[in-house]
Ligand binder design. Structure first.
Ligand SMILES: *Cc1c(COP(=O)(O)O)cnc(C)c1O
Length: 384
């Protein structure tokens, strides 16, 4: 029987978890570095936790089932997952990446991958002719959709067609919509990446990252990398993410409902210059997002009238913390210029539209009236 998404969030594909001898309902935290061998040449399937651990394995099975992937690998953070993926490439290889990405990915590509001989074209994959950037040595296209923080929507099917025509890998960072709203593998992606720190974990209490794929070859190569470099997720953190995922559908629905209410409020606030959210009808992004995702998510970016007002909002919200990160039960406001995108060169930042009047908000699951009242008092107390 093919289980539905909400059921897979609790059990994975196999129901229920049946491998614990005591019948624990909650998958145990196998806090063990090593495992006893029954005899020479035999193994319980677990030898040493750098390679694999039962708690991590259960988490990987659940995440693979949510993305309908053959395999998922759990890393110590989203950046550890993306760093491991870059090991698929050789010096001299060329990648096409979206110009508007999570700042940490931009930092990795520009400071470490380039040093390791990988070449990049950083372009706007939502607007430019991506195919015209394909070269002899191009190996992959790396995108996020919607992008962080400008919420541009990239057409995953279109990217997949280009990738297939030229034998490239299509890698999609699916952090912003989570597998609840979007499944890139089903749209033609070869690899999905997640920062599990965000919606999958959902409680701002631990870090994690995932690589999900349908390719046996990529799965084997990534398993070799985890075993070799030691960036797999620890048992306790694996358990926290497993627990977070159980409520993913409920949290995603509620956070999106709150986001829609906040978008509505921001659109009615005259000192807001622009609201970036793919769920606003009448745009190309809205149509593409609707065609490839089951929802618009709970990330909102908005530009206010001045830097002074942006700083004032960050200082005067009483309920909504000014903090980095997203995707948790708590609504958070971020200032990309000095936080998530501080290490992105200024000219790149400005070209992407990240000015000092831009704020990013991750809607949580609080009462939406409380959230709007908090934002309203912050706007209303600005004298500038
Ligand atoms: C946070 C984030 C990452 C990095 O994940 P960490 O878990 O913080 O290492 C990568 N991509 C996106 C879109 C993110 O939001």
């Amino acid at each position: 029987m093919e289980l539905q998404f909400a059921t897979k969030c609790i059990y994975g594909k196999k129901q229920p978890f049946s491998e614990d001898v005591f019948g624990a309902i909650s998958v145990p935290i196998y806090q063990s570095a090593t495992f006893v061998h029954p005899e020479v040449g035999r193994s319980t399937g677990f030898d040493y936790s750098r390679l694999q651990n039962p708690t991590r394995q259960q988490l990987e099975r659940v995440v693979a089932s949510l993305e309908n992937g053959l395999d998922a690998l759990a890393f110590s953070s989203g950046m550890a997952a993306i760093t491991a993926l870059m090991e698929l490439f050789q010096p001299g290889d060329h990648l096409i990446t979206d110009a508007d990405l999570y700042g940490g990915s931009i930092r990795l590509f520009r400071n470490i991958s380039e040093k390791n001989g990988i070449q990049f074209s950083h372009i706007d994959c939502s607007k430019e002719d991506v195919e015209s950037y394909v070269r002899e040595n191009t190996r992959a296209i790396f995108i996020e959709t919607p992008t962080n923080p400008m919420m541009n929507v990239v057409d995953i099917r279109k990217m997949s067609e280009i990738a297939k025509r030229h034998g490239l890998l299509l890698i999609v960072d699916n952090t912003f919509l989570s597998p609840y709203f979007q499944n890139p593998l089903a749209l033609g992606a070869d690899v999905v990446v997640h920062s599990g720190t965000k919606f999958l974990g959902g409680h701002n209490d631990t870090l994690a990252g995932f690589v999900v794929t349908n390719s046996e070859d990529i799965s084997a190569r990534m398993r070799f990398i985890i075993k070799t470099v030691g960036s797999g997720l620890a048992p306790m953190d694996s358990w926290l993410i497993l627990r977070g995922i159980k409520t993913l559908p409920l949290r995603m629905e509620r956070a999106q409902e709150n986001a829609l209410a906040i978008v509505d409020f921001l659109q009615g606030e005259k000192r807001v210059r622009k609201v970036y959210y793919p769920g606003i009808p009448g745009t190309k992004d809205y149509e593409i997002c609707k065609g490839q995702a089951r929802g618009f998510g709970s990330m909102i970016t908005f530009e206010v009238e001045s830097r002074g007002l942006a700083l004032h909002i960050l200082k005067t919200t009483r309920l909504i913390p000014f903090a980095e990160s997203l995707g948790g039960v708590e609504t958070l406001i971020t200032y990309p210029v000095t936080q998530t995108h501080a290490d992105v060169p200024e000219e790149v930042r400005l070209a992407n539209g990240i000015t000092d009047s831009v704020l990013r908000l991750s809607a949580g699951i609080e009462d939406k009236g409380d959230l709007i009242a908090d934002l309203k008092q912050a706007f209303d107390s600005f004298a500038g």
